[in-house]
Design a protein around this ligand. Structure first.
Ligand code: ATP
Length: 297
């Protein structure tokens, strides 16, 4: 009987996932038309909303299909503003934190709140507007630098573009390019360095003025100059949006206000780089073997 019961349970998990997705589709369908996009002309130059805090409390979640749970009683708090880094070995559950925050999946236990409010109570468009996501090795597309920046904010003003270029230390690049912002960046941004491509992706996300920036750091090496620039950008950006970063770099964790160490779907420790070096064996090992340190420029 064990095999058929296991199959039945798997089937039920899939049905539950389907129902959750359906209820989200209904939620979106039910929105009044004027609520499907943020207010204001183009929605991009609206007054800055404050950074938000995030709280995971005893969150349980599994992807189903007989896989072990990806989160077991995950609890941590991210203060509004500042930088919180998520670290841990492969499969620890870091990306699942992002997937649950974005509501690609529904938690199965515990609570997740953003700005003190359960994420299930957020309107989908509101949550989308509040979150910015920069994926690992985020793509830069054929076209001009400007086209790449305004992908998700087509009505952004020159002033708003200038602001994010300043924040992401891209002004120098623009000054150097033959046609400035209207220069072609080549196929997949080949004319840009890895560090520049990453900062273009951050600038693109910032143009939407997120209240929480989810950043999955690129795993490619950066030279010392680009590494320093990235560290500066993350620190500066955190004054206007909360930054939650899946960190792969020593410079990022060293500069973070708080680090959450995950392992096997659990939070095993939180603290600063200095705290954790002193108290957590796994963290010490990650620092010695996994975090990328810049090569000399
Ligand atoms: P990495 O550093 O390798 O990206 P991670 O810490 O981000 O790892 P997660 O991607 O959150 O870890 O994965 C946690 C667990 O969930 C792993 O066992 C993984 O195989 C599983 N998992 C992640 N995404 C999915 C998915 N879309 N479908 C099924 N299982 C998944």
């Amino acid at each position: 009987l064990v095999a058929p019961i296991a199959q039945l349970l798997q089937g039920l998990t899939r049905v539950q996932g389907g129902l959750a997705a359906l209820s989200r589709i209904r939620e979106i369908e039910d929105l009044p038309a004027e609520e499907t996009s943020p207010a204001g002309p183009g929605g991009t130059d609206r007054v800055q909303a404050a950074p938000v805090g995030v709280r995971f409390e005893n969150v349980a979640f599994g992807y189903g299909g007989g896989r072990p749970p990806a989160h077991h009683e995950v609890s941590f708090a991210v203060p509004a503003g500042g930088v919180t880094a998520l670290v841990g070995p492969s499969g620890a559950g870091k990306s699942t934190v992002f997937a649950l925050l974005e509501r690609f999946y529904e938690r199965q236990g515990g609570e997740i709140s953003v700005d003190g409010r359960d994420i299930r109570q957020w309107r989908p468009f509101e949550l989308r507007a509040a979150l910015g996501y920069v994926e690992q090795d985020a793509p830069v597309l054929d076209g001009t630098l400007r086209q790449n920046l305004v992908l998700a904010a087509p009505h952004a003003s020159d002033e708003a573009i200038g602001r994010v270029l300043r924040l992401t230390r891209l002004e120098e690049l623009v000054a150097r390019l033959p046609a400035g912002l209207d220069s072609e960046v080549g196929h997949r941004g080949v004319t840009l360095s890895g560090g520049e491509r990453q900062r273009v992706a951050i600038a693109r996300a910032l143009l939407r003025r997120p209240r929480l920036l989810l950043l999955d750091e690129a795993t490619s090496q950066l030279d010392a100059v680009n590494e320093l620039l990235l560290r500066e950008v993350i620190a500066e950006v955190s004054s206007e949006t909360t930054v939650l970063v899946i960190a792969h770099r020593l410079s990022t964790v060293a500069g973070a206000d708080q680090i959450v160490v995950m392992e096997g779907g659990r939070v095993r420790a939180t603290g600063t780089h200095a705290d954790l070096l002193g108290t957590d064996d796994l963290y010490r090992e990650l620092a010695a073997t996994q975090f990328l340190a810049a090569r000399p420029a």
